[in-house]
Ligand binder design. Structure first.
Ligand code: B12
Length: 315
């Protein structure tokens, strides 16, 4: 179980090894059908429920709330109607009971009413579902915690110019997929000339020296390569998250660098992958985490910011 899962509250008992719970009871309390303005009786009456925002899906929450609070709820058919779509797979063959189970699961996730819009057998004993329905939850945008970009986005020419003028040598970058991870498409998109999303990768930058070690690199190999290449930054990709492999591997990597090199001699440690939580840098012992959709330009700009412009000359 992941740390994040352990932290989450109010989980019902996890079922046995076949993924089936002992109880397959009928779904409960689905009286709250939406009326014409998309609000259900359940929501209007529900004790302790979050109150509805304004008609455009944003508004002021509850009595005594601070005016101007930015609160949103999902949009499906009409603005602010709370409609969401979720997909999941259940370890059961596709039949009526499986469909009922999918709706019940959705109800328990707070989707009410829940409409089954797609069910497809995946392989023996597995069915994939798509459920569309209404949630009552609100999100206060002011309470959302994210890592905002805190450095300027530079073009390739600017990056090269800053490195050349201020660092006066090439900035050395070593990249790899570590552990058993063989998903190199992401790190290649950042490092290889071909890049991604219309941007060229870091190899294209004249003042960056890129060493791409590829897939399934062990942590000792990575540390050795970083020493050999006098890496200013080490870029690690982790795509597989089964059993939190990405977290374990990242911790192992950052610990190895802390052990191998004294503070001040250590390269900047950067990890990336589609399922990282970008707020976990301190927990993982790295300097920065990049998530899905990252572009090479963002990474190059961050490197310049962290290694050149935010450092005092000669440091
Ligand atoms: C292509 C692919 C493969 C290819 C990989 C080929 C290759 N050379 O990379 C092959 C067929 C080999 C493969 C194998 C496996 N795969 Co696969 N694979 C995928 C797939 C379809 C696409 C991944 C991809 O290329 N995305 C495109 C890139 C551009 O996106 P990205 O990785 O997110 O990278 C971006 C950002 O995340 C970020 N980024 C990523 N890394 C880094 C690093 C740094 C430093 C920075 C700054 C940024 C950054 O920038 C990138 C550009 O924007 C995904 C499903 C999916 N649709 O995502 C499954 C998926 C990742 N695979 C999966 C699995 C399970 C496997 C296998 C275990 C299957 C098996 N049973 O054998 C094996 C594992 C092999 C191994 N040892 O790692 C699962 C992982 C599930 C999980 N929870 O971990 C996925 C999600 C599929 C699924 N839904 O089940 N796979």
């Amino acid at each position: 179980m992941s740390e994040r899962t352990e932290r989450s509250e109010g989980r019902e008992g996890v079922p046995g090894g076949n993924g089936m719970s002992e109880r397959t009871e009928r779904s409960e309390g689905r009286e709250g059908m939406p009326d014409r303005n998309g609000m259900s009786e359940r929501t209007e009456r529900g004790a302790g429920r979050e109150s509805m925002p304004g008609g455009n899906g944003t508004g002021v929450v509850g009595a005594g709330a601070v005016a101007g609070k930015r609160v949103v709820r999902p949009y499906g058919d009409t603005t602010g109607d709370g409609m969401v779509q979720v997909s999941f797979t259940l370890p059961v063959p596709h039949d009526k009971r499986a469909e009922g189970a999918a709706v019940q699961l959705a109800n328990r996730m707070g989707i009410d009413p829940a409409m089954l819009v797609h069910a497809k057998p995946m392989s023996d004993g597995f069915t994939f579902f798509v459920v569309y329905g209404r949630v009552n939850h609100l999100v206060d945008l002011d309470q959302v915690q994210v890592v905002e970009r805190d450095f300027p986005l530079l073009g390739a020419k600017e990056v090269n110019a800053v490195v050349k003028q201020r660092l006066r040598r090439k900035l050395s970058v070593v990249g790899a997929c570590i552990g058993t991870d063989a998903h190199t498409v992401g790190i290649d998109a950042i490092l290889n000339v071909k890049g991604i999303a219309g941007e060229k990768g870091l190899e294209y930058y004249r003042e960056l020296k890129v060493t791409n070690l590829g897939a399934q690199v062990s942590v000792p190999e990575l540390v050795e390569a970083a020493r050999r290449e006098r890496a200013d930054a080490v870029l690690v990709s982790q795509v597989v998250t089964q059993r939190d492999a990405h977290l374990h591997n990242t911790r192992e990597m950052s610990a190895a660098f802390r052990e191998a090199l004294p503070a001040g001699k250590r390269p900047l440690l950067i990890v990336g992958g589609p399922r990282f939580d970008e707020t976990m840098t301190a927990e993982l012992g790295v300097d920065r985490i990049f998530g899905r959709g990252t572009t090479p330009g963002e990474v190059a700009s961050y490197l310049v910011h962290a290694l050149v412009t935010s450092r005092k000359a000669g440091a």
